[in-house]
Design a protein around this ligand. Structure first.
Ligand code: ACM
Length: 536
């Protein structure tokens, strides 16, 4: 595979046109996502235990990056690098060099050794991931790995390359959450959207409201089979769990070491029945309520008329902000039925007092008030596209899920947008039309190739508004995903396709090339013992 006959410079976009066969050669290397520019050279370089890793640039992160790379080399390839080898892998941070941007890097493998240059530690981290992929496609030679000499110049297309995990419908422990973060990291993704609260369970310990962990974190039982089955059956087993603050901080720290920002999601005003089970006074009816055992959309929501609701949410968000240092908090905002607000005098009084026209504007009032709280805590608000209804909060970021229209409207109105439409980004959907031979899923059909065809920037976005599309995200909702193995099966390899959509250049998108490079990715996933879905 690595025996290249000629030196070819390849801007990846002209692979097919340049006639030197380099496209095929590159497809033999397991780069996923595909780098921006790859220049294959004639020679080969063997990395073995005589080599050392050195660092330049004085950044605090360089030490841990060096340790991480040394660990990768030892664990994955059995190469224990020495302290002062003759040949070197050099990690060079050049903070004043503008070529790389915030996340770009250059990787050079030559006679002189291996160099990863970047302007930031993020870039070095991505360069290391590319080097690991190159080593996977290398040849084992006594005590070392022989790889092609080459130069890679690379930077992501989008700044928001996200994956979501719903830990509320089913709970996933910290051990698995960290593994999931590893999967993101190997795909050069940089956002972990942690969906922490729902009707069916609240997973965040909050000091001021201990009943959230005692009551809201547990439901009496769970649905067996599908929501559509009649009669519905339940398993009769109490189910739940929550994360302590220390555990959440551990996850944040782990993600930070992999250049991933954790975005916590605290759902409001809807999908809040678990919280209302513990604090029924925050609902319109006053309760009593139970943590919900059925999936779907439920009528009990936070009352928008009571001042106590906003006090509670401010206190919760204040604690959440101390756990998650990242700039964003997701507040959900989706699927909030207005039945209770229509019936309740306090909500109607709020509508009258604030001069609002209807319950949609009341939802908008709610979200704007929460945005004020978050901004006061130094955070940006993100919400699902329903937050457009009744008027968008001024600085809100919109996550488009009911198709692309919400995202298009928001971007054209000058709001930042994350695209994650059900059509291309819902990894809880079936992966094959042969549903009988797939594990039970919520419905839909989203094969790998369709994820790969996802284009986060639709033509309806005005030319001067394109920059408002921050990127995209794959979502893993877990109504029908109760184990880590099934989460892996649903998430991967669709995550690989999403990663390439979000990192690589649009002009280089080529499904055949992707599937050929994925052969190496599957080997990598086998080595990691990931229960990914095997391609047909
Ligand atoms: C959603 O899927 N309800 C955002």
């Amino acid at each position: 595979m690595r025996k290249l006959l000629s030196t070819c410079f390849i801007a990846v976009s002209i692979l097919v046109l340049n006639g030197c066969g380099a496209g095929d050669q590159i497809n033999q290397i397991g780069f996923v996502p595909l780098p921006t520019e790859i220049s294959l050279e004639k020679g080969e370089t063997t990395i073995n235990q005589e080599w050392a890793i050195i660092e330049n640039g004085g950044h605090d992160d360089l030490r841990s990056l060096k340790e991480l790379l040394a660990e990768n080399l030892a664990v994955d390839y059995g190469i224990s690098v020495s302290r002062q080898g003759g040949q070197k892998i050099a990690l060079n941070i050049e903070p004043d060099n503008p070529t790389f941007g915030k996340e770009g890097y250059a990787l050079a493998v030559s006679e002189d050794g291996v160099k990863i240059n970047a302007g930031t530690p993020n870039g070095i981290f991505y360069g290391i991931q590319t080097l690991r992929q190159l080593l996977d496609s290398g040849d084992k030679t006594d005590g070392g790995i022989t790889i092609n000499q080459l130069t890679v110049n690379d930077a992501p297309r989008f700044q928001w390359r996200g994956m979501h995990l719903d830990v509320a419908r089913h709970f996933f422990d910290v051990k698995f959450v960290k593994r999931y973060i590893d999967y993101l990291a190997m795909h050069k993704m940089n956002i972990f959207h942690w969906h922490l609260t729902e009707d069916q369970g609240w997973r965040v310990a909050i000091d001021q409201y201990p009943k959230l962990a005692e009551i809201s974190a547990y439901r009496d039982e769970s649905l067996i089979g599908h929501y559509r089955d009649k009669p519905r059956q339940y398993d009769g087993k109490r189910y739940g769990g929550f994360y302590s603050k220390d555990e959440m901080r551990e996850v944040v720290q782990y993600a930070k070491g992999r250049y991933i920002t954790v975005v916590p999601e605290i759902e409001m005003p809807g999908h809040a029945k678990a919280a209302l089970a513990a604090y029924p006074e925050l609902s319109c009816t006053g309760g009593p309520h139970k943590v919900e055992k059925l999936w779907g959309v439920h009528k009990e929501v936070f009352c928008a008329g009571k001042k106590e609701t906003f006090e509670f949410l401010e206190n919760v968000l204040t604690e959440v902000a101390t756990i998650f240092p990242g700039p964003y908090v997701h507040i959900g905002g989706d699927e909030c039925p207005k039945n209770r607000w229509k019936e309740h005098d306090l909500d109607q009084q709020r509508i009258a007092a604030e001069g609002l026209h209807d319950e949609h504007e009341l939802q908008s009032y709610f979200i704007k008030r929460i945005e004020g709280i978050l901004n006061g805590l130094g955070k940006r608000l993100i919400g699902w596209d329903e937050i457009l209804e009744g008027g968008l909060a001024p600085g809100a970021i919109v996550q488009s899920w009911r198709g692309m229209d919400g995202g298009i409207a928001a971007a054209n109105a000058g709001h930042e947008v994350i695209m994650s439409p059900t059509s291309h980004a819902y990894f809880d959907y079936y992966q094959s039309e042969d549903k009988e031979n797939e594990p039970l899923a919520i419905g839909g059909f989203l094969p790998l190739e369709k994820v790969y065809q996802f284009e986060p920037v639709p033509p309806e976005i005005d030319q001067d508004k394109l920059h408002y599309i921050l990127g995209g995200q794959g979502n893993v909702w877990t109504e029908y995903i109760s184990t880590p193995e099934k989460a892996e099966y649903m998430a991967i390899p669709r995550m690989s396709a999403m990663a390439e959509v979000l990192w690589s250049q649009e002009k280089d998108r080529d499904y055949e090339s992707f599937t050929s490079r994925m052969k190496w990715q599957y080997k990598r996933l086998d080595r990691m013992k990931v229960n990914y879905r095997k391609p047909e």
